[in-house]
Design a protein around this ligand. Structure first.
Ligand code: NAP
Length: 326
């Protein structure tokens, strides 16, 4: 049986790292090289050097591939891609779409039904872990949708390639997206907590270095990772306290603040509909919104740290962050 051609769309902070690992895997197995595209195609230059094959549009990737991964910012972008492809006139029969973005379960349900009408499958495969984890190929995936056989066909492209663990969420793709949103309750609350602890450490004279050492040692890799956040393209050692929450305007943040606000909004709206309160998420979200109002889009999700600093009488910027600008 001929090998299935794999495609990729979306080369942001996460997508480029993930696609790079996938291309390396395909190349090592002497399989067909990854066909990729992105709104800004030049983001794929390094992928092309590894043997990946650029295409100028999502439609061309879909036309040439049997399995198509997507990793884009938000619900509107994913919905646009699905709508554009289902109204393109292309035959989508038996194609498998695997979306790794963080989107609302309603967006997933809509994608499933639009693609089912064209005899194609849509799997949701949102991920846990930031850019450094993606680069290391150690993400945790929540994979759901279609049927066991389809998910089993996708798993070898993920396990020990892009991820260290695939959580199988079953045939209902919306379950994966729900798990991701539930996981984000922990993520954004933890970022807020680490930011609060670091401001406390600075104001009490304890010092952020000692605090960072403790967070990494006593509260594990994830909490430590939030203290040691860095932007894509940086040396990987700059910590939150070293300014990565507000990277230079020329850099792409590791996890853009608007993406984290979107995640918090999804959790808050779903919680409200069900009479659940998420005060920690609300606080973290409000601090991220305030940070974006103050310092614009070029901020990491950990930028609530800047607002926590301001509330404690410190400057939004610390000595290692950029010093202003939006
Ligand atoms: N970063 C993290 O730590 C992290 C962790 C887990 C999950 N996530 C989720 O993973 C997804 C991707 O995150 P990311 O950090 O990689 O985001 P990102 O760096 O902002 O990249 C977003 C991607 O979407 C594309 N895009 C944006 N607007 C578009 C449009 N209107 N039309 C077509 N393409 C568009 C971008 O293209 P361009 O390159 O042309 O801008 C880029 O490929 C998000 O849903 C995020 O919530 C992120």
């Amino acid at each position: 049986m001929a090998a299935t051609q794999i495609g990729w769309y979306g080369l942001g902070s996460m997508g480029l790292a993930m696609a790079t690992n996938l291309q390396r895997h395909l190349s090592a197995k002497k399989s067909l090289n990854l066909i990729f595209s992105n709104r800004t195609l030049s983001r794929g230059d390094s992928l092309r050097e590894l043997g990946g094959v650029p295409e100028t549009s999502f439609e061309k990737v879909v036309d040439k591939c049997g399995i198509i991964f997507t990793m884009v910012s938000n619900d509107a972008v994913l919905d646009n891609l699905v709508t554009s492809i289902t109204s393109s006139g292309l035959s989508l029969r038996s194609k498998i779409f695997v979306d790794c973005s963080t989107v609302h379960p309603d967006t997933v349900a809509s994608a499933v039904s639009k693609l089912q009408a064209h005899e194609a499958s849509f799997l949701a495969a949102p991920v846990f872990g930031g850019n450094p984890v993606a680069t290391a190929g150690k993400l945790v995936f929540a994979l759901g949708g279609a049927n066991q056989a389809t998910r089993d066909a996708i798993k070898p492209l993920i396990q020990d390639v892009m991820g260290r663990k695939v959580i199988d969420c079953g045939d209902d793709a919306t379950k994966s997206s729900l798990l991701k949103i539930a996981g984000n309750i922990v993520t954004v609350s933890l970022m807020e907590t680490v930011g609060e602890a670091q401001v406390f450490a600075e104001k009490t004279g304890l010092g952020t270095g000692l605090m960072e050492e403790l967070i990494g040692e006593a509260f594990g890799q994830i909490a430590g990772g939030y203290s040691k956040r860095f932007w894509s393209g940086s040396d990987g050692v700059s910590s939150l306290t070293s300014g990565a929450y507000a990277p230079p305007l020329t850099e792409r943040p590791g996890f853009g603040v608007s993406l984290a606000i979107k995640d918090a909004n999804h959790a808050l709206s779903m919680a409200k509909e069900r009479g659940v309160e998420l005060p920690g998420v609300q606080l973290a979200r409000d601090n991220m919104v305030a940070a974006r109002e103050y310092a614009g889009e070029c901020l990491d999700s950990s930028a609530m740290y800047g607002i926590l600093r301001q509330k404690a009488g410190l400057a939004f910027w610390n000595e290692k962050s950029r010093q202003g600008g939006k």
